[in-house]
Design a protein around this ligand. Structure first.
Ligand SMILES: NC(=O)c1ccc[n+]([C@@H]2O[C@H](COP(=O)([O-])OP(=O)(O)OC[C@H]3O[C@@H](n4cnc5c(N)ncnc54)[C@H](O)[C@@H]3O)[C@@H](O)[C@H]2O)c1
Ligand SMILES: N[C@@H](CCC=O)C(=O)O
Length: 515
């Protein structure tokens, strides 16, 4: 019997011993920077001449590692390997598969500070964010392992006296997993192990900004007993390797997490039945957000201000769940706005691999340029309250920025910026605030800060998002507690870390025998 699931506790870095342990891990990881990592196909290490260079966003001159880059031929080799491996892996026992996840969780837990350090180095995260990321990865391993054991028990169905009916779930086949760089450990790990523990084989294409931590994850899975060929590690270009495998007739499903633009493109490509393809591909696509915090006039205004700042600026606003919009009741608008600016003034920003700053740099030059281009848009559309500037001399630093008085339909309040910018809009009453909150193409997360029970119940019904939070911020879902996924253009609402998630990678089979 496994212990009941509970989420991995977070590390308190105000405790000196914990801070010292992370500093030591950062020092250790610094000694290991700059190494060259191969692809892993069927357990075989393959080096290519073409490389992806992963760098530290906080310090562009620091190379985290170089990683071999798959091309179409290697993608084809990986597909063949995964296809062959599926033939026996699909019959492996759920217990054996779940045990691999439990062992992997134990390994990562033992090496948590080391993984935190890799996450900080490769994504520029603050300590708390890296720790949350790695804890969430451990949670996915523990939670999906238990979910698989539960599914394996089967579901009761009826049988008439003359028959013996059985209903069970079987895996789908080879799946392509495409992960983003922002929750570089958690999402990469969770999206890779969920199809694997259900008996599928996987082609893992991590984001090009974060391939090194994904390699470290592969080493953990091997140490935990994962057989060769079950998850194959194939970093590469989205447009070359990604497109090739999305369109491949042997791809049975695609699990994508990333931007709306790429997700929609994958959804369309995967829908086309290719020559020789004998199934309809399943697509899990978890995409972007334009997430709103609504502040009522009957509300704890300090809580509201803290929630807005934290949801907007944690990890520099680079979460699909980030609260990039706040819609505030006119009665309390000025007071909350002033407090948001005051709290924002106190945030520090710097190289998180050197010190426990609140915020580090944004991920790369492309992100920096895109986010900075919105500063001009914001100045035209609204009132700059604080921030608005950045510095990309050594790393990609952008100061936390607040724009007020934005029209709900402005670009600032409609487009996913994915950076440390929050836009504020005034609402005349609570109902209008909910209408504004719903007026984007997205539907991922949202929060309501209110002490009015009727208003909370209205929001429960009418605020159309996959993850709705009351009297707290709109980020930081916990596996097994807050199943995560969005509506509308935020994706397929697959609800990662929820009790139904593994069914995305299974199909139900009924066998009826006459007696
Ligand atoms: N809903 C969620 O759960 C969730 C979670 C995290 C991030 N996100 C979203 O992800 C985005 C940020 O991540 P990103 O910048 O890594 O996104 P992205 O779409 O640029 O990249 C995501 C992944 O897709 C790959 N890719 C790019 N082009 C491809 C193609 N043509 N075919 C196949 N794969 C391709 C990338 O290499 C990467 O691995 C934001 O929009 C954010 O909201 C959503
Ligand atoms: N699940 C995470 C967000 C994932 C996207 O970046 C949260 O709830 O904050």
């Amino acid at each position: 019997m496994v212990q009941p699931y509970r989420h991995e506790p977070f590390t308190d870095f105000t405790v000196e011993e914990n801070a010292k342990e992370l500093e030591a891990a950062l020092h250790q990881v610094e000694q290991e920077l700059g190494q060259d990592y191969p692809l892993i196909i069927g357990g075989e290490r393959i080096y290519t001449d073409d490389k992806i260079t992963s760098i530290n966003p906080n310090n562009k001159n620091e190379v985290i590692g170089t990683v071999s880059k798959a091309n179409k031929e290697l993608a084809e080799k990986a597909m063949k390997t995964a296809d062959e491996t599926f033939e026996w892996w699909r019959k492996s026992t759920p217990e054996m598969r779940a045990d691999i996840l439990f062992r992997a969780a134990a390994i990562v837990r033992r090496r948590k500070h080391e993984f935190n350090a890799w996450a900080i180095k490769e994504s520029g995260k603050a300590w708390k964010e890296a720790d949350g990321d790695v804890a969430e990865g451990i949670d996915f391993l523990e939670y999906y392992g238990r979910q698989m054991l539960e599914i394996a028990e089967g579901k009761e169905i009826n049988s008439r006296p003359v028959e013996n009916n059985r209903f069970s779930y079987i895996p789908l086949g080879v799946g392509l997993v495409i992960s983003p760089w922002n929750l570089l450990f958690a999402i990469m790990c969770g999206t890779a192990v969920s199809p694997m523990v259900t008996g599928n084989t996987v082609l893992l294409k991590p984001a090009s900004n974060s391939p090194v931590i994904a390699y470290k994850f592969m080493e953990v899975m091997e140490e935990a007993g994962m057989p060769s060929g079950v998850i194959n590690y194939i970093p590469g270009s989205g447009s070359e390797v990604g497109d090739y495998l999305v369109e491949h007739p042997r791809t049975r499903f695609v699990s994508f997490t990333g931007s709306r633009e790429v997700g929609v493109n994958i959804f369309e490509k995967a829908a086309k039945v290719q020559e020789g393809q004998k199934w309809l591909k399943r697509v899990v696509a978890e995409m972007g957000g334009k997430d709103t915090i609504v502040v009522d006039n009957e509300a704890d205004l300090e809580l509201a201000s803290q929630a807005i700042v934290q949801s907007a600026f944690d990890f520099s606003g680079q979460k699909c769940s980030s609260g990039s919009r706040a819609v505030i009741h006119q009665d309390v608008y000025d007071e909350v706005l002033d407090r948001i600016v005051e709290i924002t003034k106190g945030l520090d920003i710097g190289d998180t691999s050197k010190k426990n700053y609140y915020m580090g740099a944004v991920i790369d030059q492309g992100a920096y340029d895109k986010i900075m281009s919105y500063m001009d848009v914001g100045k035209k559309e609204g009132r700059l309250m604080i921030g608005g500037d950045g510095d990309d001399t050594n790393g990609y630093y952008i100061n936390p920025t607040v724009f007020a008085d934005l029209d709900p339909n402005s670009r600032m309040q409609q487009e996913e910026i994915f950076g440390p910018i929050v836009g504020i809009t005034k609402a005349k009453d609570f109902n209008e605030a909910i209408d504004i909150a719903n007026n984007t193409d997205y539907g991922l997360t949202g929060a309501v800060i209110s002490n009015n029970r009727n208003h909370l119940e209205i929001a429960r019904e009418d605020f159309h998002v996959g993850n709705l939070y009351f009297n707290r911020g709109c980020t930081a879902a916990i596996v097994g507690y807050h199943p995560f996924g969005g509506f509308d253009m935020s994706g397929t609402d697959s609800k990662a870390g929820g009790p139904d998630y593994l069914y995305n990678f299974l199909q139900g089979k009924t066998v009826s025998e006459m007696l």
